[in-house]
Design a protein around this ligand. Structure first.
Ligand SMILES: NCCCCNCCCN
Length: 359
């Protein structure tokens, strides 16, 4: 991504943050001088923390945690680059975003001597491709991206992404797609027989044009609001992350989650410490707290976190371990692909994304 584009994106992000009256506000910017050792700010995805977790951490360490949330890696990065995230001691980027942030010098190298329990991670989480030897990130949750649908309304279950195009008329304005450029463009690339990480301009254009075809039927590009809408019966199908699908399907078992047949994305969300960290002691204390088997196990059961910790996994109740939406079998994952950074061609993805999602 060019510096100029990055700067403009950062500027746009900052001004929209200044103007918006909901979510994160400029008032949330805490200068280094106001931070103290007994409180800390975390920037994460929705549903990755709750009051019980924050209370347990406070009870254990005496540190009060305040949480702000984002709904895409790109929003988080833009805010960080705009200087609007200096207060955060911890951030939860996904795999490819760890690589991007690391390449831009935004992350501290973790001191493994200060971390307890890394040896309990499943082998594939001890040396991930996006961050060899977990030098800058600790895996927190992993999952897939797929479709959730209301089985009380759709008699034929969707099996692949192309279901949306084939049923576009019936599903008019009852579909949402994620507000996530790489996930949405990637899914369509995959449906067309290409890779999530295509660098081929013609393939990327085809994906954009396919999405333009579907656009009239799309109610919104959104990452979180679909949950209440599908529960209320206002949506029939939504593109979503497995962790969120699990929460919603527990509330209404007629809602079903599928990993599309032609392939989907397999992601890992992690915890990193940004270079601008204001409470480094607190940051390490939080990571160690999350790595504690008792905490990780509660997170799996209460928040549907797919634990990367093998010891914790072994102790989970059978019905949690066997939940294919939470821990999909290797055969289901065979077709999934991990999103990777793409360099300058990401500008093209962004351009198409802006055209698609604006107006
Ligand atoms: N509400 C939690 C959603 C977490 C989703 N992970 C993002 C993966 C992006 N590729």
């Amino acid at each position: 991504m060019s510096n100029r584009r990055q700067f403009l994106q950062a500027l746009t992000a900052l001004s929209s943050l200044l103007m918006t009256s909901c979510g994160w506000k400029l008032g949330n910017v805490r200068s280094g001088t106001t931070s103290s050792s007994d409180q800390m700010y975390i920037y994460t995805w929705t549903q990755y923390s709750d009051q019980e977790l924050l209370d347990a951490f406070l009870a254990q360490t005496g540190i009060k945690v305040l949480v702000d949330v984002y709904d895409s890696n790109e929003v988080m990065l833009a805010k960080l680059l705009a200087g609007g995230a200096n207060a955060y001691s911890l951030i939860y980027p996904s795999d490819y975003m760890v690589q991007k942030m690391q390449a831009q010098g935004l992350l501290i190298e973790l001191n493994n001597d200060r971390l307890i329990g890394l040896d309990q991670l499943f082998p594939q989480f001890q040396n991930p491709t996006y961050d060899p030897n977990n030098r800058h990130s600790i895996p927190f949750n992993w999952g897939t991206t797929g479709l959730i649908y209301n089985s009380a309304i759709l008699k034929d279950a969707p099996e692949d992404w192309d279901y949306l195009w084939q049923n576009q008329k019936n599903l008019n304005k009852r579909i949402t797609l994620l507000n996530d450029v790489r996930e949405v463009m990637g899914a369509v690339l995959r449906m067309l027989g290409y890779s999530y990480n295509s660098k081929d301009e013609n393939q990327i254009k085809q994906a954009y044009e396919k999405l333009l075809e579907l656009k009239p039927a799309i109610a919104a590009f959104d990452t979180d609001a679909w949950q209440n809408q599908i529960l209320a019966g206002d949506l029939t199908v939504a593109m979503c992350y497995s962790v969120d699908a699990l929460k919603v399907t527990k509330e209404n078992p007629q809602l079903k989650y599928i990993i599309p047949r032609s392939g989907s994305s397999l992601w890992t969300d992690t915890i990193v410490i940004p270079k601008t960290v204001s409470n480094i002691e607190g940051a390490y204390a939080w990571i160690n707290f999350i790595l504690q088997p008792e905490v990780a196990s509660v997170l799996s059961k209460r928040m549907n976190i797919a634990t990367p910790n093998s010891a914790v996994f072994e102790q989970l109740p059978e019905e949690v371990k066997n939940n294919q939406n939470l821990f999909p079998s290797p055969s289901l994952l065979e077709n999934c692909e991990r999103i990777t950074p793409l360099g300058d061609i990401e500008d093209l993805y962004e351009r198409y994304w802006t055209q698609l999602t604006s107006n």
